[in-house]
Design a protein around this ligand. Structure first.
Ligand code: SAM
Ligand code: SF4
Ligand code: SF4
Length: 371
């Protein structure tokens, strides 16, 4: 028997070059897709590299020293990213989240934050500018990010117990450093801070109550995320998903919870508050309760491909337009056409067991398009 080979189709090279509309009346301004969903939220992956190897995202067996990450020349420059971001904002984007891979590994990220912080919506408002990080470099970078104009931050943290945490990040990274990063972010005013915990049944479910106890009353909003079947490399199994309803039941039993209204349409998390007034939590039920009907999120990969759904298998190569000499109007028109043609609703179809309608082909990896 030879060595086990895990096939990983390289989705990065599959991308449609977008059509540039030839008509001057190409879509401009606010957009809605084929299901009436506006474009409001843009997630930008600034690097496909990471210093963690969380098994649900970048399992070590695949993302090892032989894996070829994108060369620097493939990445969009900060100037290219800001140019695209401006066009997205003109189409209705109000919120930009920087992600990855681990975004804080991208050199001089605060310079990009500063450039994005200057953008204004058509009615003159500043953007809701945020970032998702594993927290490993946050203690060092929190002040510079705040100073550059970042408003808030989300930190991923799957356990408080050091042994469980080191096992989950699979890079032997200590939990104490991430907790210091969260404190630094609180100190400099990058709030309200959200902490995201991916819950895997049988792996870290015993950490739900300790995490809740730790963050209650701290001003940090803890959010529990169902383990998702994103990408093609994490060997996802439904029996490892702990449904959010069960998380809520356990928390309610331990501390007492009551539901809160959604803060805004398209919000991914269902909000709850502690009955004793010590703050709120959220649950993100991506697997057991699809929220595609008001999904207003677009994702830009590290090398400038536009993805319309986390579970898409193909992106639209905006970098080809940027580097092919297209004008702002042409690129804006192409983005408009792409969004207007959007019909994606993977989680809804999976929930309805409508496998025949699911997009065919290998799915894109989370570290490449960002969470
Ligand atoms: N490295 C940064 C971090 O971990 O926060 C940003 C990128 S990471 C891909 C963004 C988010 O996706 C993290 O909160 C991570 O926990 C989540 N994530 C990754 N794979 C997931 C999966 N299979 N199911 C649910 N969430 C996942
Ligand atoms: Fe890295 Fe974030 Fe993926 Fe973990 S979830 S491997 S920290 S990109
Ligand atoms: Fe949005 Fe796709 Fe997730 Fe549905 S499955 S909520 S369309 S990203």
């Amino acid at each position: 028997m030879g060595e086990k080979v895990i096939p990983l189709a390289d989705h990065r090279y599959r991308a449609a070059a977008p059509q540039v509309p030839s008509r001057p009346e190409a879509p401009v301004g606010l957009l809605s897709d084929r299901r009436g969903r506006p474009l409001r939220d843009l997630r930008i992956s600034v690097t496909d590299r990471c210093n963690f190897r969380c098994s649900y995202c970048m399992p070590k067996e695949i993302f090892d020293k032989h894996y070829s990450f994108l060369p620097h020349s493939s990445l969009l420059s900060f100037e290219e990213l800001t140019r695209l971001a401006r066009l997205f904002v003109a189409h209705g984007v109000e919120k930009i989240r920087l992600t990855g891979g681990e975004p804080l590994l991208r050199k001089d990220l605060e310079r990009l934050v500063g450039m994005l912080a200057e953008l204004r919506t058509p009615d003159g408002q500043a953007l809701d500018l945020t970032l998702t990080t594993n927290g490993s470099l946050l203690e060092r970078k929190a002040q510079a990010l705040k100073h550059a104009g970042l408003q808030r931050i989300t930190v991923s943290l799957d356990a408080l117990d050091d042994t469980v945490f080191r096992r989950m990040n699979d890079a032997d990274f200590p939990v104490a450093d991430v907790l210091r990063g969260i404190e630094a972010a609180q100190r400099v005013g990058l709030g309200p801070i959200k902490v995201n915990m991916v819950v895997k049944r049988g792996t870290n479910e015993q950490e739900i109550l300790p995490m809740a106890r730790h963050f209650r009353g701290s001003g940090v909003v803890l959010r529990f995320i169902e383990y998702m079947d994103v990408g093609a490399s994490n060997g996802w199994r439904m029996d490892e998903v702990l449904p959010s309803a069960e998380v809520v039941r356990r928390l309610d039993q331990a501390f007492g919870l009551e539901p809160l209204e959604a803060a805004r349409p398209g919000e991914t998390a269902q909000r709850w508050r502690w009955r004793d007034g010590s703050g709120e939590i959220g649950v993100i039920s991506s697997v057991t309760q699809a929220f595609c009907s008001d999904c207003n999120r677009a994702r830009l990969s590290t090398e400038g491909k536009l993805f319309l759904c986390l579970f898409a298998h193909q992106g639209h190569d905006l970098r080809a337009l940027l580097r092919g000499g297209c004008s702002d109007a042409q690129i804006a028109g192409a983005i408009g056409q792409i969004w207007q043609g959007r019909d994606d609703r993977y989680s809804e179809l999976r929930g309805a067991q409508a496998d025949a309608e699911l997009p065919p082909g290998p799915r894109v990896e989370m570290h490449y398009i960002g969470g």
